[in-house]
Design a binder for this molecule. Structure first.
Ligand SMILES: [Zn+2]
Length: 494
C-alpha cells in the first residue's frame, strides 16, 4: 500500500494541487494506486483514514470508472476519476512506484518530470482514421466500428483536448478522446499488446447550488468573482442576452440563480445547468425557468424566452433519432451518442436553412456523406447531413427557410433522412432546445410547469433579498424548492 505522509497543511495543499494536475491526464490504469494520509488529527483519526484507503483500494479493483471524495483539513477535495481497466501485477507495481515518486517529488518541491502523458489538440480537418494512421495505431479500430460509432468519430470537435499515454518505449498505452461532455473514445493496449477501442462515459460530479449577488462591475465578471465559475457566467450571459441589454446594467442590480454545477477533476466542467434565474434591474424582474421536459427556458408566465428561434429544416414523416449525449444501448450493450435530430422522409425532400447565416462547408464529410454546415450569429452552427445533393457553396449567405439541398441517403445511412445538428460555440446541443414551435406552454404541461415555477420563484425571491446584503454562494442538496430543510440550514449559516 503506497501511503504518502504529509506533515502540514501547506504541504497538503501543494500536494492536492499537483495531484489534480496529474489526474487531469486521467489516464491511470486499474491498479494505479495512491493514498494520502494527512496528519491533521482533527480531521479524522488515522485509523479511519486507513479505512478510507482500504475503501479506495477496493474501488480501484473494480473494473470501471469511479470517483472518490476525500475529506481532510475540513476541506472537501473531489479528487479524481480513474479508469480502472485491467490489472497487471508488474504494471501495478511500476506505477505505484512511479506515483509514490511523483508525490515525494512534489512534497520536496521538485517539478514534475513525468512526460509520458501528452496533452494534444484535435486540429481542424483531422479525421479519426487519419489520427490512427499518424500514430501507427491499427486502422481496424476504425473499420471495426459500427455505422453509428463510425459516424460519431466525425463529431470530434476541432480544438478538443485529448490525451495520449505512452510507455517507456514511447509506444502508445492509452488514448482518451472526448466526444462530448458525457462520452469519450478510449483506446487501450491489452496485456497481449492488442489495441481495443471502447466508447465510455466521462465521470463528473454535480452539486446543487444557489447564488445571490449584487452586481457592480460587469455581469459575467461579477459572476466569476463570486463563484470562480466561468462556465456558469457564459451560460447566464447566453440566457440573459436574449431579453436584457447588458449596457443597461446598473450598480446594485441583483441576481439570484439556482443551478447545478458540474465538476470534473477538481475543475468546473461542461454545462452548468441553470434551473432558475432572476435578474432585477431598475426595479424590473427578469425570470428564467428551465422546463426539464423540453430543456427550454420560459419566463414566469410559461412563455418561451426564445423569441427568434431556428426552424425545423424540412418536412418529415417521422423523427427516427433524437439528440443524446449519452445513452446506454441495452441490446448492443454499449454507450451511444447522437449529436442531432434525424428527420426521415423521402429522397429529394427540400432542406432549408434553419436560420440566416453563411455556408462554411458544402461537401463530403465522412460518415455524414454530402453535408452542408452553416454559421449563424451568436456562435451557432447548423449541420445538414446525408444530403442527396446540395445547392449552395462555401461562403454563400443564406436566409432562414432558403433551400440549401435535398434529403438523401449518402454516407453511413440506413435510409433517407436528414441528420440535423446544432452547435453553440462548437459544442453540440440539442436542436429541439432552440427550435420554436409555440409561444409558450399549454394545458397540463403548463400547469405542471407553473407549479415548479412557484417553488423556484419563492426561493429566488428570498435569495435575491439576501443579495442586498452580501454575496452568497451556498451549497444546496435540495435544489428544487425552498424547503424546510434549507430554512434550517439557513439558520445554521446565519
Ligand atoms: Zn443522425
Amino acid at each position: 500500500m503506497g501511503i504518502v505522509e504529509v506533515s502540514d497543511h501547506d504541504a497538503a495543499c501543494t500536494f492536492f494541487d499537483a495531484f489534480v494536475d496529474i489526474c487531469q491526464s486521467d489516464l491511470l490504469l486499474g491498479g494505479d494506486q495512491f493514498c494520502f494520509v494527512g496528519s491533521d488529527k482533527t480531521a479524522f483519526g488515522k485509523k479511519r483514514r486507513e479505512k478510507k484507503c482500504k475503501k479506495y483500494h477496493d474501488f480501484i479493483h473494480s473494473e470501471y470508472l469511479f470517483s472518490f471524495d476525500y475529506t481532510t483539513f475540513g476541506l472537501k477535495f473531489r479528487i479524481f476519476d480513474i479508469i480502472a481497466h485491467h490489472l497487471k501485477k508488474d504494471l501495478y507495481l511500476k506505477r505505484l512506484l512511479l506515483f509514490s515518486l511523483l508525490f515525494f517529488n512534489i512534497l520536496h518541491g521538485f517539478t514534475l518530470t513525468d512526460r509520458r502523458v501528452e496533452d494534444k489538440v484535435w486540429h481542424s480537418g483531422e479525421t479519426f482514421l487519419g489520427f490512427l494512421e499518424e500514430n501507427m495505431l491499427p486502422l481496424r479500430l476504425y473499420y471495426d466500428l459500427d455505422d453509428e460509432d463510425e459516424k460519431i468519430t466525425s463529431d470530434i470537435r476541432t480544438n478538443t483536448l485529448y490525451q495520449i499515454l505512452r510507455d517507456d518505449n514511447y509506444e502508445i498505452e492509452q488514448v482518451l478522446i472526448p466526444l462530448n461532455e458525457e462520452l469519450q473514445i478510449h483506446i487501450v493496449r491489452d496485456l497481449d499488446g492488442k489495441y481495443r477501442l471502447a466508447i465510455e462515459p466521462i465521470l463528473y460530479q454535480t452539486r446543487e447550488r444557489r447564488l445571490a449577488l449584487k452586481l457592480h462591475h460587469i455581469f459575467s465578471k461579477d459572476i466569476v468573482n463570486a463563484t470562480d465559475n466561468f462556465l456558469l457566467a457564459v451560460e447566464l450571459e447566453q440566457l440573459y442576452r436574449k431579453v436584457f441589454d447588458f449596457r443597461r446594467l446598473k450598480k446594485g442590480d441583483r441576481l439570484a440563480v439556482l443551478y447545478r454545477e458540474k465538476i470534473r477533476l477538481g475543475k468546473f466542467y461542461g454545462t452548468q445547468l441553470v434551473h432558475a434565474a432572476l435578474l432585477e434591474s431598475r426595479k424590473k424582474k427578469y425570470y428564467f425557468f428551465r422546463n426539464p421536459k423540453d430543456g427550454k427556458y420560459y419566463d414566469e408566465k410559461g412563455k418561451t424566452t426564445e423569441r427568434d428561434g431556428f426552424i425545423v429544416p424540412c418536412r418529415y414523416r417521422r423523427i427516427s433519432s433524437v439528440f443524446t449525449k449519452k445513452r446506454w444501448h441495452p441490446i448492443l450493450r454499449k454507450y451511444r451518442a447522437h449529436h442531432g435530430i434525424d428527420y426521415a422522409g423521402p429522397v429529394g425532400t427540400p432542406i432549408r436553412a434553419a436560420y440566416n447565416g453563411k455556408v462554411i462547408f458544402a461537401g463530403y464529410k465522412g460518415g455524414y456523406g454530402k453535408t452542408v454546415v452553416i454559421k449563424h450569429k451568436g456562435g451557432y452552427k447548423t449541420l445538414y447531413a446525408h444530403l442527396q445533393r446540395y445547392k449552395v457553396f462555401r461562403g454563400k449567405r443564406v436566409k432562414k427557410g432558403e433551400v440549401i439541398g435535398y434529403m438523401g441517403n449518402t454516407g453511413l445511412s440506413t435510409g433517407p433522412h436528414l441528420h440535423f445538428g446544432l452547435s453553440l460555440n462548437n459544442v453540440w446541443i440539442n436542436p429541439a432546445r432552440k427550435i420554436v414551435f409555440t409561444k409558450g406552454l399549454k394545458g397540463k404541461e403548463r400547469k405542471r410547469f407553473m407549479k415548479a415555477v412557484a417553488k423556484y420563484r419563492e426561493e429566488l425571491d428570498r435569495l435575491e433579498t439576501e443579495a442586498s446584503a452580501q454575496i452568497i454562494v451556498e451549497e444546496d442538496e435540495n435544489s428544487t424548492a425552498a424547503k424546510a430543510a434549507s430554512d434550517k440550514r439557513e439558520k445554521q449559516h446565519g
